[in-house]
Design a protein around this ligand. Structure first.
Ligand code: FE
Length: 161
């Protein structure tokens, strides 16, 4: 009976130790990820993608930019949009009426600032991208309103190389 008790104790201690180690590893990994993101992104990119910020309209790199190519997540490089679905919405942010890479996009209800909106995020890394609205052009009727700071443009020429 005594042996059994000490065995149970030993197993419990081992279990707790492994759990502690695992928690620490996850914590260290997150800190590392956050540090590497901070060094990789500029202040605005970090604010938009990690703190759900919004760049000022008509100030971003891509609101008035219509070259052929695709847009990837500035944080993790996941494909998000392509120039074929980009349109000039005159709202001051890059706008898309759809995405060929729908499987890489995550949606989340956003009730901040007293508004009811749908937030758009990178499915892979969770970066905040912008919002999606139902006032887009045909054929989809939707408008992805995305921050330039959350995107990186890859020109078509360099994709085909
Ligand atoms: Fe990402």
């Amino acid at each position: 009976m005594k042996v059994k008790k000490s065995k149970i104790l030993l197993i419990s201690i081992s279990f707790l130790f492994i759990l502690k180690l695992l928690t620490f590893t996850i914590y260290a990994q997150n800190t590392m990820d956050n540090d590497s993101l901070k060094s990789k992104l500029n202040e605005l990119q970090y604010y938009v993608t990690q703190q759900k910020g919004t760049e000022h309209p008509f100030t971003g790199k891509y609101w008035n930019f219509f070259q052929k190519g695709k847009y990837v997540c500035v944080c993790c490089g996941t494909e998000l949009f392509e120039s074929d679905t980009k349109f000039n919405s005159s709202c001051g942010w890059p706008s898309f009426f759809g995405s060929k890479f729908e499987e890489n996009i995550r949606y989340q209800r956003d009730t901040s600032y007293g508004m009811e909106r749908t937030e758009v995020l990178c499915k892979k890394c969770g970066a905040h991208l912008g919002h999606v609205f139902n006032d887009g052009p045909k054929p989809t009727g939707i408008r992805f309103c995305i921050n330039s700071a959350s995107l990186k443009f890859i020109p078509l020429d360099s994709i085909n190389k």
